[in-house]
Design a protein around this ligand. Structure first.
Ligand SMILES: *Cc1c(COP(=O)(O)O)cnc(C)c1O
Length: 497
């Protein structure tokens, strides 16, 4: 979109690019090696013949510049937080300060080997120890395992600890309570741990009500898994009462803490009765994510669960830090080595550079930004829960449907205006949701540009709906046939010769 002045829009030079397998020519190479300084031997001498191949069919033979241009071109088809606003609800796509990268690249950290002796790993262990203390403080818990590789992995680790805890008391129990407003990974985790999921309907204000929990709570319930703030972007205001009801019958309270970004320094899950919580470092604590890079989902817990933590834990003995593998009640290992260490360095750096006041301020601004968008778009888009939100706000297409314009059309049109679309059609309990999470790192100007684009799209829905049905029109890849993509996926490239 050009000429509106206050929107970003998409225009410019984006180059075509075939697959790398379709490029190059036989014999072209992209490297040069120095002469060997040891006696040369044929591969057949060193490796059994049956394990050797003559060649790899279809391998591209390309030069260095072919490779650089190929990946640079396709990277420019992509969208990222460093390029613009990325309001993907539930994902906390905040800007990641570059100092995190500087620290993660310090050779002492970047080149540390996971099996190097503890005497040579004291710095890394110290960082892990301190990070554990910081996360425990933010969450209001006693201990933290840094091992899990992602949020869902943290949930699994947390629920395995709960299961081990109940088992040690004689009965693992059989059910887990899960509110409708919880994240989809919560029932998946429960099922993986061998529990039957009992849904709890949220009340009319979008939160779990204590009386609904009391009705289904019994001695077979191992835990409740609450996402707080929940997937409607609302704080679970009755969590303290809910915890009391669950604890009274011997159950545990698991909090999905992926949305901790909105409560840092303001409310601590541990003070609300939560026994276990996973913390998505790649959301709240500033680690680049999306695109399959490493994440980390540390699990914070109350001390009665500490015996069940995965091994190794990091322990401090005098001035010496050490990995403790001798924990007889541990659920065992949940990953190779000790953690996604580079992620820990980034989050540690983020916490140290923000300080406690800075973390609280980040949460305040994250909540303020979401409420600003909510208040500015209210009336233009249907707001299913008309009350203050936390870190994200949820609209629907209900006012646009009368022009036969749907959530997907609104999301696709945003791409023409230069914005990554919000999360759509999630959470499932809101029909045709648009879930917008701005995060604290966006300026008021950016929020205003986004709001202007959303209002423009609402006008287009009335005046020129075809613009939306064909959107996006500006970027390299225009509207895809998603049904065809789902029914006839092409997942593999096959050599033609
Ligand atoms: C992102 C998210 C998860 C899953 O975290 P991953 O790191 O993607 O596994 C779980 N619960 C909630 C509420 C989330 O937002």
């Amino acid at each position: 979109m050009s000429g509106t002045g206050n929107t970003i829009g998409t225009r410019g030079l984006v180059l075509n690019e075939p697959l790398i397998f379709e490029q190059g020519s036989p014999g072209r190479v992209g490297y040069s090696l120095p002469p060997v300084d040891v006696p040369e031997k044929k591969a057949e001498v060193l490796i059994p013949k049956r394990l050797l191949r003559d060649g790899i069919p279809g391998m591209p033979e390309v030069s260095e510049v072919d490779v650089i241009r190929h990946y640079t071109r396709i990277s420019q088809w992509n969208y990222c937080v460093d390029l613009g606003f990325f309001p993907l609800g539930s994902c906390t796509m905040k800007y990641n300060p570059r100092i995190n990268e500087d620290m993660a690249r310090l050779p002492g950290f970047a080149k540390a080997h996971p099996y190097q002796p503890e005497e040579l790993s004291q710095g890394a262990l110290q960082l892990m120890w301190e990070l554990e203390q910081y996360l425990a403080e933010v969450a209001g818990m006693d201990r933290v395992t840094l091992q899990p590789s992602a949020g869902a992995h943290g949930e699994l680790t947390g629920l395995m600890m709960i299961r081990a805890y109940h088992t040690s008391r004689g009965n693992p129990r059989s059910k887990v309570l899960i509110p409708d407003s919880a994240h989809g990974t919560n029932p998946a985790t429960s099922a993986l741990c061998g529990y039957r999921v009992v849904p709890v309907k949220e009340g009319p204000r979008g939160i779990v009500e204590a009386k609904a929990v009391a009705e289904v709570m019994d001695n077979e319930v191992a835990a409740i898994m609450v996402t707080s703030p929940n997937t409607l972007g609302l704080f679970e205001e009755q969590i303290v009462e809910v915890s009391k009801i669950v604890h009274a019958k011997g159950g545990q309270v698991y909090c999905d803490g992926a949305n901790l970004n909105s409560v840092m320094g303001i409310s601590r899950p541990g003070d609300c009765g939560v026994d276990v919580i996973q913390i998505n470092l790649h959301k709240t604590f500033s680690q680049p994510h999306g695109g399959g890079g490493p994440g980390a989902g540390p699990v914070a817990l109350k001390k009665h669960l500490a015996p069940f933590m995965p091994v190794p834990t990091v322990e401090k003995k005098g001035n010496r830090l050490t990995f403790d593998f001798k924990r007889p009640k541990s659920i065992g290992k949940v990953r190779a080595f000790a953690a996604s260490f580079g992620v820990l360095v980034r989050s540690y750096t983020y916490i140290r550079s923000m300080g406690s006041a800075g973390l609280r301020r980040a949460s305040e601004v994250a909540v303020l930004n979401a409420n600003y968008i909510q208040s500015q778009l209210k009336g233009t888009y249907h707001l299913p829960y008309d009350r203050h939100c936390m870190h994200e706000c949820i609209f629907t297409d209900a006012l646009q449907v009368r022009h036969d314009i749907h959530t997907v059309d609104i999301a696709k049109r945003l791409i023409d205006y230069g914005f990554h679309p919000p999360t759509i059609y999630f959470p499932l309990i809101v029909k045709a949701a648009l879930m917008i999470e701005p995060t604290e790192t966006e300026s008021k100007e950016t929020l205003d540009q986004f709001i202007a684009a959303m209002k423009q799209i609402a006008r287009e829905a009335q005046e020129n709906p075809d613009l939306l049905r064909e959107a996006p029109r500006n970027p390299k890849v225009t509207r895809l046939n998603e049904t065809k993509a789902a029914r006839e996926p092409k997942l593999r490239w096959r050599p033609t010769s």
